[in-house]
Design a binder for this molecule. Structure first.
Ligand code: BES
Ligand code: MN
Ligand code: ZN
Length: 500
């Protein structure tokens, strides 16, 4: 789908030929004399329309308007959140129409700033996303073009560009998360990463079983050993900053299918464990967005990818393995595999001398119980990092909630037979999982996002959400340091940070 941004006057909006005109209505509306403004005033006065977020009123070929359909969409207080609700409702209403070209007018909003324009673009892309990879006939996207109209460009342009870049990242994350496990094996995920390596600023390296063994990733290898699919350790680099600048590292859990292993899961809804690479998908999506947005910083993405299967060669409850850090782990439950692949990736991250490391994982059912599908669980040993992530969640409308890491929560991980066990009791399961990871993250500022509740939706609306790509992208953009005076001898490339 194509997005375009334009400044349009009320008269031009009425005269613009399109299949549907969506008019966002928020706050006080002025007494415009054009056909659309009159319609809004009349409908509000008659009580047939309310500007509450999500309320709609539609008209077909109204007088004085060139658009075939007009949808008035209440946008409440005009906040980014209300705009998201409004655009989503309007796009859903258009789903079963033949609309190919839509004009989305933000002109009547009290302020169309960065965050509101971005929210509108993202909501458009989100509401019209279609999965079609494993259908025999491609699912047709009728909507081809969205023209976003604003009253003035300054302030809107940056938000629009961010929204378009983010939409591409979000779509890629959804695509890979939605693919069934036989269409998203570790090898295929690595190929998806390699394809990203063709984009500007991105380099990709993929390690296989031999290289991973050489690194001593005994914990990651232990999870992979029950599967016929060979593991992959994917390393993505986005170099937008100065060479010497320490990178931010993102680690995505890439379990392409989680049966639970010998501690096998019940059959009901086990298909949803194809989403257990949601963390990995969010890292791929974030890199896709980085390639679009070209911020001036360095980012490394690490994806330990494998299947968790029961097999004659699979790990058994009670097995003890040696992680890359040298710490031994007693695997009391083979279904607590995410932390086993992440811990070796965390140790690998040390060699990158990172500024910060954030891991993203569909880690625990307990996090779903704690926070549901509204907020991702956020754990951090570093207050500044925690604050930056929380702020990024708020600004991108991709919320998270900080959870505790008191040392007492690690008591249940003690065992007589290794340095640490991979599970504690049922109580505080999301936190004990984070405490396990924290043992491997002592050498850098670290945060962990448990996205088990937010990465996908179940039931009738089953599908990947693409979360937390918006949070991660806003977090990374917040890590770009303000430009200093450029050095005399170097001309920085456009948008890149210059260093004296
Ligand atoms: N991938 C699951 C977590 C999960 C479960 C996410 C359900 C979303 C929905 C993870 O590997 C897992 O199985 N965790 C166990 C840990 C337990 C054995 C300590 C869990 O949450 O039950
Ligand atoms: Mn599991
Ligand atoms: Zn899992």
């Amino acid at each position: 789908m194509d997005f375009e941004l334009k400044t349009l006057t009320p008269a031009r909006i009425c005269a613009e030929k399109c299949d549907a005109l969506i008019v966002l209505v928020a706050g006080e509306t002025g007494a415009g004399t054009d056909a659309v403004s009159k319609m809004v005033t009349l409908a509000l006065k008659a009580g047939d329309f309310e500007n509450k977020a999500g309320k709609l009123l539609s008209a077909y070929r109204p007088e004085g308007v060139a658009a075939t359909r007009v949808l008035l969409a209440g946008a409440g207080d005009g906040s980014a959140k209300s705009i998201r609700t409004a655009v989503h409702a309007a796009m859903v209403a258009l789903k079963n129409t033949n609309a190919r070209r839509v004009l989305l007018s933000l002109c009547a909003l009290p302020q169309a700033g960065q965050e509101t324009v971005r929210a509108a673009v993202l909501a458009c892309a989100d509401a019209t996303y279609l999965y079609s990879t494993t259908k025999s006939k491609p699912v047709e996207q009728k909507l081809k073009q969205v023209l976003v109209a604003v009253a003035s460009l300054p302030g809107s342009r940056a938000g629009f560009d961010k929204g378009v870049g983010l939409a591409k990242g979000l779509a890629l994350a959804k695509e890979w998360a939605n693919r069934p496990a036989n269409h998203a094996t570790p090898t295929m995920l690595a190929q998806a990463a390699r394809d990203l390596g063709k984009l500007p600023g991105i380099k990709v390296e993929v390690l296989g079983p031999k290289e991973v063994a050489k690194l001593g990733m005994g914990s990651f290898m232990a999870v992979a050993q029950g599967s016929e699919e060979p593991l992959r350790f994917i390393v993505l680099r986005y170099d937008g900053g100065a060479k010497a600048e320490a990178p931010v590292v993102l680690i995505g859990k890439g379990i392409t299918f989680d049966t639970g292993g010998i501690s096998i899961k019940p059959a009901a809804e086990m298909d949803e464990m194809k989403y257990d690479m949601g963390g990995a998908a969010s890292v791929l999506g974030t890199f896709r967005a980085l390639a679009e947005l070209q911020p001036a910083l360095n980012v490394v993405g690490l994806i330990p990818a494998c299947e968790n299967m029961p097999d004659g060669r699979a790990i058994k409850p009670g097995d003890v393995v040696t992680s890359m850090s040298g710490q031994t782990i007693e695997i009391l439950n083979t279904d607590a595999e995410g932390r086993l692949v992440l811990c070796d990736a965390l140790t690998y991250a040390e060699r990158l001398k990172p500024r910060a490391v954030v891991d993203i994982a569909t880690l625990t059912g307990a996090c779903v119980i704690a926070l549901g599908g509204v907020r991702s669980g956020m754990f951090s040993s570093d207050d500044a990092l925690a604050q930056a992530l929380a702020a990024a969640g708020d600004s991108s409308l991709d919320l998270c909630w900080r959870m505790p890491l008191d040392d007492e929560y690690a008591d249940g991980l003690k065992t007589h037979f290794a340095d640490v066990a991979n599970v504690a009791g049922r109580a505080g399961g999301a936190i004990t999982a984070a405490k396990f990871l924290q043992r491997f993250a002592g050498k850098f500022p670290w945060a962990h996002l448990d996205i088990a509740g937010t990465a996908w939706k179940s039931g009738a609306a089953k599908g990947a959400t693409g979360r937390p790509v918006p949070l991660l992208v806003d977090f990374l953009l917040s890590q770009v340091q303000p430009a200093r005076a450029p050095a005399k001898t170097r001309t920085p490339k456009a948008g890149a940070r210059s260093r004296a």
